[in-house]
Design a protein around this ligand. Structure first.
Ligand code: GLA
Length: 406
């Protein structure tokens, strides 16, 4: 698994190197850019509820974001994923299904809590869960979202692949990709015409170097990989695939390594911490996906760690880089505003490092001499020295902020 992750990240990095050297910038007056100046933060229904989500679950999530202090920590989007869609009426107007009796009332409720609301669709005839998609109804759907007061749209390729790309372009891959880009551009245009700033989230699993063209079709974030699962190997593989993509991220346009699994499945506390730390280093959108009403205190402590969130939300918007790897330890660095820096050391291996301590090489990070910082998981001051042996538990992380690196 680890070898596959390394190989795929090497292939990925090479592909990125060969790619265009400049990220297409969006015009600063573009309202869609202004909505995501820092990576979007919130909660999405999919990773815990999947297709079972209801209106009540969304209201509960909104209530819990407020009650747990997550809203105050920055989590503002409450995003309904797939399976809210009903049928179109004779005029083509889409209605929500019986699980969501009144979308406008739901949006009003979420807004009344000082939060924002997101929704989900597909450019294809159907969504991934085989509910109604937006194909040929883009303008109508965008208008509907605006009328309901929707603030965020996740647009998931899915049935557009067999339904349009393969049907219309057969085996011509380049023509298929042009159809895909045009489909996202079409929804971007529809959202802009609807007149409400709506965060536009592209979900097409990183195909066709999406990071190169997503900003030009109004994308505020774009998935870079297939789906995440609450499992360390998958989380680590996804994080590894982000190395090399850092130059495509910035205010208004972000790489999206998928929604958080913090608090889901059988992830250990160390794995939850490492997952959250990596996403912060990656300037990733922080969309929690856990069972908020039953959140354990230690999970809440991870999701609301203000110091870690501040790394993610740093206003410079510079995504972190994997500085080097040694054995099964990865060292990531991130440049922060005001000349500060974050360092994350991840033990991706299955053993504790007490028998084989890892020696942090500060020179390799461009640092000289001992560095004073803050350990963001203990909250205590820490001094890092060159060659200092570090002991990290299995899948655990050392995350340090250095305000004045030398
Ligand atoms: C795809 C997406 C997931 C989720 C599901 C919903 O798999 O990648 O994030 O939205 O569809 O059906």
């Amino acid at each position: 698994m680890r070898m596959i992750a390394i190989l795929s990240s090497v292939v990925f990095a090479l592909a990125s190197l060969a790619a265009a050297s400049q990220t297409p910038a969006k015009a600063p007056q573009d309202p869609q850019q202004l909505v995501a100046q820092t990576p979007p933060m919130g909660w999405n229904s999919w990773n815990f509820f999947f297709e079972k989500v209801t209106d009540k679950d969304i209201r509960n999530a909104a209530d819990q974001l407020v009650a747990t202090g997550m809203k105050d920590a920055g989590y503002v989007y409450v995003n309904i994923d797939d399976t809210w869609e009903g049928q179109r009426d004779a005029n083509g107007v889409l209605h929500s299904n019986e699980k969501f009796p009144d979308m406008k009332a739901l949006a009003d409720y979420v807004h009344s809590k000082g939060l924002k609301i997101g929704i989900y669709s597909s450019p294809g005839p159907q969504t991934c869960a085989r509910y109604e998609g937006s194909l040929d109804h883009e303008a109508q759907d965008a208008q509907l979202y605006a009328e309901w007061g929707i603030d965020y749209l996740k647009y998931d390729l899915c049935s557009f692949i067999p339904g349009v790309m393969q049907k219309q372009a057969h085996d011509d891959k380049a023509a298929q990709m042009r159809l895909m880009v045009a489909a996202y551009a079409k929804m971007d245009k529809a959202l802009k015409a609807a007149g409400r700033p709506i965060v536009f989230s592209l979900c097409q699993y990183g195909w066709d170097a999406v990071w190169e063209w997503a900003p030009s079709v109004g994308g505020n974030l774009w998935r870079t990989t297939g789906d995440i699962t609450p499992d360390w190997d998958r989380i680590y593989a996804i994080a590894s695939q982000q190395a090399g993509l850092e130059r495509y991220a910035g205010p208004g346009h972000w790489n999206d390594p998928d929604m958080l699994e913090v608090g889901n499945g059988k992830l250990t506390l160390a794995e939850n911490r490492s997952h959250f730390s990596l996403w912060a280093m990656l300037a990733a959108p922080l969309l929690a996906g856990n069972d908020l009403p039953n959140m354990k205190p230690e999970i809440k402590a991870i999701l609301t760690n203000r110091d870690v969130i501040a790394i993610d939300q740093d206003r410079l918007g510079k995504q972190g880089t994997r500085a080097y790897s040694e054995g099964e330890v990865d060292v990531w660095t991130r440049t922060l505003s005001g000349g500060a820096m974050a360092i994350a050391v991840i033990n991706a291996g299955d053993s504790r490092y007490s028998t084989h301590p890892f020696h942090l090489n500060l020179n390799q990070l461009g640092l000289h001499g001992p560095q004073s910082g803050k350990d963001l998981w203990t909250g205590k001051p820490i001094t890092l020295s060159d060659g200092q042996p570090l002991e990290l538990a299995r899948h655990d992380v050392l995350l340090v902020r250095i305000d004045a690196p030398r």
